[in-house]
Design a binder for this molecule. Structure first.
Ligand code: TTP
Ligand code: CA
Length: 364
């Protein structure tokens, strides 16, 4: 059976999330930075929204360069808030997983979904799922994503890159070679700058050139393994499976009824979150570290963690959460919280079975 694979990638992820929670910056160029703290402007750009990209500001650029490009313009610079992005990411990934037969998260904002079983060779079916996913992410999180659909992971990734932001590109098996042929070799996912130079020096500029050159001649220049890799990339061949992996951590976050610095109210919310998390743990997953996540009224996130003896019941560690809450409040007098969350990590899956295997055993 031919597979159908989907690649989902959130658009300008950190910047989109910041725009969403700070209405006052919408419509402006936004640059999200990792400040190293050495001097005021030392560090690098983590990402920029599409308006800032029009000014030439991109991920990886030193902040000082970005500031120069932004000079005289109303550009917003913000520090990264990883805890918050992780929270959004986890919710999106959960949503995506529900639409897949097999699911593989590959970064904070990217995942592959194998929909072969539920769509049995029907691209219209996959397209419908992709539209649903776009709608659900927009409705639930207020952000957009770009989706590529194809017969394997590599082609779906390449397809997703074709239209961004908020794009969708479908490449059916019979369209793969045409889709790839005119692309410069440097644009093929996984071909680095050095390989691009080597290929160019041989007169190989596009995917079609690689295919024409042929495997035998490529082997002379690149060795057997790399030649095959390049050849497959030019023709869109990729047999690698969508690999379901166990999660490393689980969390739950919620908004408090009103902003507060009252330990009892915070504790009450935390105990609700523990009960909710237990539904996910199902007595099948144990953890060794707990974390309290706090988001204050200025949207500043803090995390406090504690290593504990192995536990499987999120509510059994409530006394430890109480200590973390009291510690947070005494160290941050006057700070009121808007949202609170819990995270468990250092996870072990009972019987050493992966989550997917457990699911299928349970189904039997
Ligand atoms: P990307 O998916 O590469 O970029 P993006 O989501 O910001 O933009 P695009 O619309 O092109 O997909 O990366 C996801 C997040 O990872 C990004 O929002 C910030 C972070 N990141 C870094 O911190 N440093 C980097 O160098 C890159 C490339 C990304
Ligand atoms: Ca992205």
């Amino acid at each position: 059976m031919e597979r159908i694979i989907m690649h989902v990638d959130l658009d300008a992820f950190y910047a989109s999330v910041e725009e969403l929670r700070r209405p006052e910056i919408r419509g402006k160029p936004v640059v999200v930075c990792v400040y190293s703290g050495r001097t005021e402007d030392s560090g690098a750009v983590a990402t920029s929204n599409y308006l800032a990209r029009e000014l030439g500001i991109r991920a990886g650029m030193p902040i000082a360069f970005a500031k120069r490009a932004a000079k005289g313009k109303d550009v917003v610079f913000l520090p990264v808030d990883m805890e918050h992005y992780r929270e959004v990411s986890e919710r999106v990934m959960e949503l995506l997983e529900g639409h897949a037969d097999r699911f593989q998260q590959v970064s904070i904002d990217e995942a592959y979904l194998d929909v072969s079983d539920r769509c049995t060779e029907s691209y219209p079916c996959a397209e419908k799922i992709a539209q649903e996913i776009k709608g659900e992410i927009k409705e639930q999180e207020g952000i957009t994503c770009s989706i590529g659909i194809g017969p394997n992971k590599y082609v779906s990734k390449m397809a997703g890159k074709r239209r961004k932001p908020d794009g969708m590109t479908i490449v059916r098996p019979e369209e793969v070679t045409d889709f790839l042929k005119d692309l410069p070799v440097g644009k093929l996912h996984g071909v680095g700058g050095k390989t691009e130079e080597e290929l160019n020096s041989l007169g190989i500029k596009t995917a079609a050139d690689i295919a024409t050159y042929g495997l035998a001649i490529l082997e002379n220049n690149f060795g057997k393994n790399k030649a095959k890799l390049l050849y497959d990339k030019a023709l869109g061949i990729d047999d690698s499976p969508v690999e379901q992996k166990d999660k490393q951590q689980l969390s739950r976050i919620a908004t408090l009824k009103e902003d507060t610095d009252d330990a009892d109210r915070i504790y009450k919310k935390i105990s609700e979150l523990c009960s909710d998390l237990n539904k996910k743990l199902e007595n099948k997953i144990t953890f060794r570290t707990i974390s309290l996540i706090t988001i204050d009224t200025h949207l500043q996130t803090q995390t406090r963690s504690e290593t504990i003896p192995e536990a499987g019941d999120a509510c059994s560690v409530l006394p430890s959460y109480r200590i973390l809450i009291d510690r947070f409040l005494s160290e941050n007098p006057g700070k009121r919280l808007r949202r609170v969350g819990i995270r468990v990590s250092g996870l072990s899956y009972k019987n050493g079975k992966s989550k997917k295997e457990q699911k299928s055993l349970f189904d039997y």
